[in-house]
Design a protein around this ligand. Structure first.
Ligand code: SAM
Length: 263
């Protein structure tokens, strides 16, 4: 079976070699679902055409030169400033209801400061980088000496099992090496996907999990299905960005999506 969609700009040819592939009871149904799949793909291509016209050029992205687990980094290497508006949205998503909050990846402590502005009970961070801990986390802890702040040093992969459940979890790490890049970025629908099951495991019923996804203005069908495997519902917010022309991160669009998923 062959289906072709033609437009002035492109042509899509779908060839199905296996007669039993997508084989509902009758051919009208088969045609209907295949037409819908192709229509969605055509729609995606047209949207991408518009969106990519607004991309900034960015700096040439370099492969991860060294393992970043203990690398000593400049502030902008830890997190570029264009991400700060996202931190505000993510902090609100998980902390506005108060309670016990867990953050995976302390970084510069910008989202942590925002989380503490909400009426929360406890704040816990898991952070693997000793230099980040000794500079940013130490200052944060001293500044907020009266608050209930806990640090779990180490990789979340090695430490999270010992932790209990939380009202809110914010996930904001990055790949530490090429292997993680291949697995968590190239091999995933969205970077945070590898943390979904643990986020759900460490949330109280009704608790919220947040992260951002490198999708420009919505979530793909595949992404939504993955979320619904672990959470009861989710909301998304499209955040406008002031993205620098020479951005180092691999993101070039002028919007990005923040997700709030509820257990
Ligand atoms: C992008 S920064 C977080 C920025 C933070 N949201 C802020 O507002 O400053 C990511 C942090 O996650 C930490 N990290 C990355 N992978 C980790 C892992 N597997 N376990 C624990 N921490 C990790 C990094 O060391 C880094 O400090």
């Amino acid at each position: 079976m062959k289906k072709i969609k033609r437009s002035k700009e492109f042509e899509i040819i779908l060839t199905i070699n296996d007669d039993n592939f997508i084989r509902p009871p009758n051919n009208i149904q088969r045609n209907a679902v295949l037409n819908r799949a192709l229509k969605e793909f055509v729609g995606d291509l047209k949207i991408l055409d518009t969106q990519t016209k607004h991309f900034v050029p960015g700096s040439l992205s370099q492969p991860l030169s060294a393992d970043r687990e203990q690398k000593i980094m400049e502030a902008q290497e830890i997190m570029e400033d264009w991400q700060i508006p996202l931190m505000q949205e993510m902090a609100k998503a998980i902390a506005e209801g108060g309670g016990d909050i867990l953050e995976i990846g302390f970084g510069r402590g910008i989202s942590a400061e925002m989380i503490l502005n909400f009426p929360i009970n406890t704040y816990t961070a898991i952070e693997c980088n000793n230099d980040v801990i000794n500079t940013y986390f130490k200052q944060f802890k001293e500044k907020h000496a009266a608050k209930k702040i806990n640090l779990v040093p180490g990789l979340w992969q090695d430490t999270i099992d010992a932790l209990d459940v939380f009202d809110g979890i914010l996930f904001h790490t990055y790949p530490l090496n090429d292997d993680e890049y291949m697995q968590y970025v190239n091999g995933s629908v969205t970077f945070a996907e590898h943390f979904f099951s643990l986020a759900a495991k460490h949330l109280k019923p009704g608790g919220a999990f947040t992260y951002f996804s490198n999708e420009i203005d919505s979530l793909s069908r595949e992404h939504q299905k993955l979320l619904l495997n672990h959470f009861s519902s989710f909301t998304i917010k499209v955040i406008p960005l002031e993205i620098p022309e020479d951005v180092h991160d691999t993101w070039w669009a002028n919007t990005i999506v923040v997700i709030k998923a509820i257990k």
